[in-house]
Design a binder for this molecule. Structure first.
Ligand SMILES: Nc1ncnc2c1ncn2[C@@H]1O[C@H](COP(=O)(O)OP(=O)(O)OP(=O)(O)O)[C@@H](O)[C@H]1O
Length: 232
């Protein structure tokens, strides 16, 4: 279980998150919603360890993550798929997948064939360079690379951004399947209410760095407040 408690995060003198509280449970999707610039990515970077927490704390499986580097969080089962995907353009698909190995013990350094049943396109494109893939294929590659870590917490920052509808649907199906297996907690950042409403078990909405709404995913589709906050 992930617990974020009264978290503040700043960029130098500029505070981006104020008193944020949220949690994420294994077997559930927790959606983080909000318009551009409200602090969603800042929150994800604080979870993954790429930004340090100011006041407040982040606990994972009962232990504080404060001061723990991203690499060590990955070893503790926290996998982060950043916005923009961070694929290595010059490396092949296979080599991109293999970059996950550095966080794994030697005995687990192999590409689980299950990755190809989740994302068949990757198997067809193993020898292609990452930079030659479409945005949607790169997103699938980034998620596959994160899954090789066998995460207990999967953090997905706007996986649907700039991606064609058919691949958005495929990614939604994979997220559901992973959730239903009950082996990991999933934190999903989204701007699209429809996509979030279909997947969310729980949600929070951020506005100017603060949590301004939270609740069960089942309430999202009919929430007037969510529509207003997301300016739909
Ligand atoms: N490296 C940085 N240095 C200073 N301020 C930053 C930095 N990155 C983000 N910010 C500021 O922090 C605030 C939150 O930004 P953040 O990227 O977390 O928002 P977001 O909700 O993820 O937006 P988007 O949907 O556009 O990705 C914004 O005011 C932004 O200008």
């Amino acid at each position: 279980m992930l617990n974020v408690n009264q978290l503040d995060v700043s960029y130098g003198a500029s505070q981006a998150l104020y008193n944020v509280c949220m949690s994420a449970e294994v077997g559930k999707v927790t959606c983080v919603l909000g318009r551009n610039g409200v602090g969603k990515t800042t929150l994800m970077k604080a979870l993954s360890g790429h930004l340090s927490a100011g006041k407040g704390g982040i606990q994972w499986q009962g232990k504080s993550l404060n001061g723990i580097a991203p690499f060590d969080r990955a070893r503790q089962g926290i996998a982060y798929v950043p916005q923009g995907r961070d694929i290595f353009a010059q490396l092949t698909v296979e080599e991109n997948l293999q970059t996950a190995f550095s966080a794994l013990p030697k005995s687990q350094r192999r590409i689980d064939p299950e990755i190809y049943s989740l994302f068949p396109v990757l198997q067809q494109m193993l020898k292609r360079r990452g930079g030659d893939l479409s945005g949607g294929q790169q997103q699938q590659l980034a998620i596959a690379r994160a899954l090789l870590l066998k995460p207990k917490l999967l953090i997905l920052d706007e996986p649907t951004e700039g991606i064609q509808p058919s691949i958005i649907k495929d990614i939604g199906s994979v997220i559901k399947l992973l959730r239903d297996r009950g082996e990991m907690a999933i934190v999903l950042v989204e701007q699209y209410l429809d996509f979030a409403a279909e997947l969310a078990d729980e949600f929070i909405i951020l506005e100017r760095g603060r949590v301004v709404a939270a609740g069960a995913g089942s309430e999202l589709a009919s929430s007037q407040q969510a529509k207003e906050l997301l300016a739909i």
